[in-house]
Every structure is written in C-alpha cells, then in structure tokens.
Design a protein around this ligand. Structure first.
Ligand SMILES: *Cc1c(COP(=O)(O)O)cnc(C)c1O
Length: 354
C-alpha cells in the first residue's frame, strides 16, 4: 500500500476472482464460464461494430434494451444495462444501502457481496444458511435491510422457488430485495414475473454464464421504473458509457439467437446430471445444484487436496477456503468430454489415496 492510499480503504479485502492461468492448457472448470462459444452471428456483429469504435456508445443502450424488453416481456424503462452484473450489484449497494440500511445476505453466498458492502462503507449482516446449506426463506423475513439473494445460490447451487421469493418480498415491503439470477437459465425459476406486483424487487441477470459472454461484460437489472431511475442516477454519476459498442452489439445478436443458448443450457443440464451420477459412484456427496456447476465433497479427501491434485492433472476447479465449506469444491459443468476427463482424474486421485 502506498502512503497515498485513502484511509477509507484501509480495511478493504478485494474480491479474489478464480484463477485464469496462462502457463498451460487446463480443463477450466473453476469460473463457471460456458464451454460453448458465442453464436457466429455474435462474432460477426462484434466485428462489424468495431468499425465504429471512434464513436461513443449509446449511453441509453436503446437498441439493446428494446431487444431485451421483447425477450423478457418487460418495458424498456424497467431495464438498466451494465458492464457485467457485478456492476449492477455494486450500483444496488450504492443506491439502496447506507449507514441505517445495512445489506443483508447469506453467510455462504457470492463472495462479492461483502466486498461491495465494504467499498461502499455499508454495514452488512450475514444470515446463516441451514446446516444442509439450504436457505431458509423465513430467516429473510423483516430484515430491516436491503436483501441480496443469489438464486440459484453460489456456490451451493440450491434454488428457491418463485413462491418462496414472493414470500420474502411480501415480508420486506419496506426494503429493497435484490435477486441475483446469474445462474437462473440452468433450470431455476426467474422472479422477473413478480416485478409487476412488487416495487421493492430488483432482478439482476448476466450474459456471462448462459449466454457465453463472460469476456464481453454484460449484465442488467430489471425492476420497477422508479428503482431503475435511482440506479440510472448512480450509473450516470460514474460511467454513462459503461456498456461498450461491441458488447452492446453482441448482446443484441445473442438475444436474436436465444434458442442456440437455451439449447446449450439443456446440454449443460444433461452434463450436470451425468457428471453428478458419475461422481456419486466415486463416493462424492453434493448439493442439488440448479446452476452450471456442482458443489461436491468426498468423505475421504479434503477439499484443498482434491483441488491441488486435480490442478496437477490439468483440471482446474474452485476451492473456497471458507468456514463451513472447506470440504467442498465447486466444479463448473462443461462439455461431456470435459466431464469425462474430470471423472477420470478424480478416480485416479481417489485411487492413489486408498
Ligand atoms: C458470475 C456471477 C455474477 C457476475 O457475473 P458478471 O460476469 O459480472 O456478470 C454475479 N453473481 C453471481 C452469483 C455470479 O456467480
């Protein structure tokens, strides 16, 4: 730390993204990227748009919001576009939390939430998941704070039903409730249809996971127009050109080829089922994941060792050195071939330990 670093960040513990090693070719199952490339029309749209890079992007993202409105059945004024969904999450911490309105989230959830709280100087309260790592909706009733729930949750993969979300919205009518649906396209129910009824709901989604656009950085918030206007005030105070031209073009082209992505999502769900079965046969235990990852542990091997041994064999998975989940690893669901290689590697590791 230099002697110039602001004291307001003295205690900051930055988010640690999953490794992106350059030293060798790994089977990368550690950051929940989509194994399938973007649709060719997306690549073409990006190439075409790059010719206009000398011009600023549209700060209102009109074309993209129009396309997304059509796809979600929402109105354009119910949507805000951002540079990945991490950005809209940060905006929500800025817009809807303060000294008197703490952020409230689960003890085991997306690791960025406490970081956003810290950097914005906002107090936060963690609500423990149950012993089995499921979220108890009633524990999130009457929170007197701004609620952040990843649904499906990360890194457990468990999902709440729309009805359970509705209960949380009902019981927090004085609080904003942010539902982070980064993984919703892999089999869970979206809360988007509840936006019409609940003015305290903000749904957050990303193009990074189900739409193969992690490197493009595109996310959005969906909610009541008044909520969206607050978030727009924050966005215009930070970076009105937060979504660049090429990403915007990529987003529009992705939405035009939605069936390609939904078909890929079905394949990933099938691979999740297959890999889950195969790992169970090797003695693994796992949560009932509705996301594009499995969250697994083995009674005979600690999580850190499995992670290290898999890396030695060219397979990257994600271990979290965090209380309650140290035994686990989160494994992204990739192609069938990648899952077969993962299972072979795990079999070898466990064989060597017996
Ligand atoms: C991946 C992820 C995000 C953010 O992804 P972006 O690439 O910033 O859109 C947000 N929330 C959760 C729970 C995630 O896993």
């Amino acid at each position: 730390m230099s002697r110039f670093f602001s004291e307001k960040y003295a205690d900051l513990e930055p988010y640690v993204p999953g490794e992106q090693p350059q030293d060798q070719e790994y089977i990368k199952l550690n950051t929940n990227e989509n194994p399938f490339p973007p649709h060719p029309a997306v690549v073409e749209a990006v190439q075409n748009e790059s010719r206009r890079l000398h011009l600023y992007s549209d700060p209102e993202c009109r074309d993209l919001r129009r396309a997304l409105a059509k796809r979600t059945g929402l109105r354009e004024e119910q949507l805000i576009m951002t540079n990945g969904s991490d950005e809209i999450l940060n905006f929500a911490f800025m817009a809807f939390c303060d000294r008197h309105t703490p952020a409230v989230f689960a003890d085991i959830t997306y690791g960025f939430y406490p970081v956003f709280a810290q950097i914005n100087g906002v107090p936060y309260r963690e609500i423990p998941l149950k012993e089995d790592l499921r979220l108890e909706p009633k524990a999130f009733y009457q929170t007197a704070g701004t609620v952040f729930i990843a649904n499906p949750n990360a890194p457990t993969g468990y999902a709440l039903t729309r009805e359970e979300i509705q209960g949380i919205l009902e019981e927090n009518s004085y609080n904003a409730v942010i539902i982070d649906e980064a993984y919703v396209d892999f089999g869970a129910e979206s809360a988007i249809p509840l936006i019409r009824e609940y003015d305290n709901l903000l749904v957050v989604q990303t193009f990074s996971k189900s739409r193969s656009l992690a490197g493009g950085r595109l996310g959005f918030g969906a909610g009541n127009p008044e909520l969206i206007r607050d978030l727009e005030a924050v966005r215009y105070s930070i970076n009105p050109y937060n979504v660049n031209r090429m990403t915007s073009a990529a987003g529009i082209a992705s939405l035009e080829h939605d069936d390609y992505y939904m078909k890929n999502s079905k394949i990933i769900q099938e691979n999740r089922r297959w890999a889950g079965q195969a790992l169970k046969k090797l003695g693994f235990e796992m949560t009932d994941s509705m996301a594009n990852f499995l969250f697994v542990r083995h009674p005979k091997a600690d999580g850190e060792t499995l992670y290290r041994e898999a890396k030695k064999r060219g397979v990257l998975i994600r271990h979290f050195n965090q209380e309650r989940i140290r035994d686990y690893n989160r494994i992204t669901v990739g192609t069938r071939e990648q899952m077969e290689q993962l299972v072979r590697v795990m079999e070898e590791i466990l064989g060597g330990m017996a």
